[in-house]
Design a protein around this ligand. Structure first.
Ligand code: ZN
Ligand code: MN
Length: 133
């Protein structure tokens, strides 16, 4: 049963659709530029507010990467990310989630662990080749 709160408006639909169409983990500003092509009158504030809402509802993932602008991911499956420390770009890591890690944290810290995030850092292919990206 869908609650009233979870009903997606058409504007939100477009924003989520655009977010899901890219693998780049865009910032709100980047997604705004993209969404504007379909919704010329949309404001950055609307895109931002909807991204926050979609994240709260579990329909998108908010990636808070090392002190920079928040990025968003339309892929809500559990997966790890790798961030380029030079240009800030974020890519998916194609590997299985580490097994047993949450149980170990629960044992050592007494927390009820509900999930984990691991962010790898390094240089993306473009940055390690010394070319601009
Ligand atoms: Zn880079
Ligand atoms: Mn991702």
């Amino acid at each position: 049963m869908k609650s009233e709160k979870l009903r997606i408006t058409s504007q939100r639909d477009v924003i989520l659709d655009e977010l899901r169409s890219v693998k780049t983990h865009p910032t709100a500003d980047e997604l705004y530029e993209q969404v504007r092509r379909r919704l010329p009158r949309v404001s950055l504030a609307t895109v931002y507010r909807n991204l926050e809402w979609l994240s709260e509802q579990g329909l998108a993932q908010k990636i808070e990467v090392g002190g920079r602008q928040k990025r968003f991911d339309g892929d809500i499956s559990e997966h790890y990310h790798v961030r380029c420390s030079k240009c800030g770009r974020v890519a998916d890591v194609e590997m299985d989630m580490l097994d047993g890690i949450e149980e170990r944290i629960a044992q050592c810290c007494g927390f009820t662990v509900t999930g984990h995030r691991i962010e790898f850092t390094g240089l993306c292919p473009a940055c390690s080749n010394g070319s601009a990206c």
